[in-house]
Write a protein that binds this ligand. Structure first.
Ligand code: ADP
Ligand code: MG
Length: 312
């Protein structure tokens, strides 16, 4: 096979970015919100081999709530709900991408595939004892007090939290690499991937949700991505976020990023995993890692938006 020389661009799309502030998160709203990031990715596919990963925080939390509203059918564990979100969001991204490619007139040579992706986690991960990952809708303090499951205060408000072990390896990494080399745009690792632990020769699913930024960093390292874009609902990472001293950062060295992490500027379950993911990729031969808003994907790729983590 001819060697594919195009750089590899991995875009991690935020699950929260698919539901805008104040929206309920209907399917219509999510389809509408996808047009902007996906239109840009379609355009970028002229120059790059493309991998799209995506989050599922709000969507998987909604599915869990729907389970709890119904006693007529057996409840499904979280790993099955993560698999369902790979299907539902994968379908929304894939069909939007198809129309955007068509409107650019480049659909004839770009093929798209959504892959169910398992991600291995360590059964002894201490994260299994401490739920940190926010999922589902935002509650007020009064509503949150009455909820029967763990809830934490986040920058968005009170949200349900579930355990979120670290990703160790992406089971389908070789297939992903082969597909992008054949010019497929690959949608994978949805919702951080279906979390599994190894049991001899088989994989068993576990009741958890992996953070998609950390899973995307593992994938970026395993396939050798050149550019890693983490596209969310904020324009980048800020110091003193949400206070009057808030200061968005444009460039951040690995050492500075580590210092600000230690100082607590980036909370667990939201900005922290993005910063950690970007650091990991830059430490492992990544050329560029940028955290930006879904509006600014093309600008971030050309170095004109977002928070870029750079070498010291
Ligand atoms: P996604 O679904 O894109 O992963 P998250 O909610 O997990 O979205 O992370 C993005 C959110 O992180 C922002 O909407 C913001 O509320 C929050 N956040 C917390 N700390 C910071 C910070 N220091 N800088 C920017 N955003 C922050
Ligand atoms: Mg997130």
């Amino acid at each position: 096979m001819k060697k594919n020389k195009k750089d590899i661009l991995l875009v991690a799309l935020g699950g929260n970015a698919l539901i805008r502030k104040g929206q309920q998160g209907t399917v219509k709203e999510q389809f509408e919100n996808l047009k902007l990031p996906i239109g840009q990715i379609a355009n970028l596919s002229k120059k790059y081999r493309i991998i799209i990963t995506h989050g599922n925080g709000p969507q998987v939390g909604d599915l869990l709530l729907q389970q709890e509203c119904c006693n007529a059918a057996p409840r499904l564990p979280l790993e099955i709900l993560v698999a369902q979100t790979q299907g539902q969001i994968g379908y929304m991204i894939e069909s939007t991408l198809d129309s955007e490619l068509m409107s650019l007139g480049i659909n004839s040579h770009q093929r798209i595939v959504s892959l169910l992706s398992y991600v291995v986690v360590d059964e002894n991960d201490p994260a299994f004892k401490d739920p940190t990952k926010p999922i589902g809708p935002v509650f007020t303090e009064e509503e949150a007090e009455k909820l029967p499951y763990p809830v934490k205060k986040t920058a968005k408000g009170y949200r349900r939290v579930v355990v979120s072990p670290r990703p160790v390896t992406i089971v389908v990494k070789r297939e992903i690499k082969k597909l992008i080399n054949m010019d497929f745009i690959v949608i994978c690792c949805g919702g951080g991937g279906i979390p599994v632990i190894r049991d001899g020769r088989r994989f068993n699913g576990v009741d958890a949700v992996i953070d998609k930024d950390l899973a995307s960093a593992v994938l970026a390292k395993e396939v050798g991505a050149d550019i890693f874009i983490i596209a969310s609902d904020v324009s980048g990472a800020a110091l003193n976020y949400g206070t009057e001293n808030q200061e968005f950062l444009r460039h951040l060295t690995i050492t500075e990023a580590q210092k600000y992490l230690e100082q607590g500027h980036f909370p667990k379950g939201s900005m922290r995993p993005k910063i950690e993911a970007a650091i990991q990729v830059m430490e492992k031969k990544g050329k560029r890692a940028v955290i930006c808003s879904i509006e600014d994907i093309e600008k971030a790729v050309s170095g004109n938006a977002g928070t870029e983590i750079i070498h010291n």
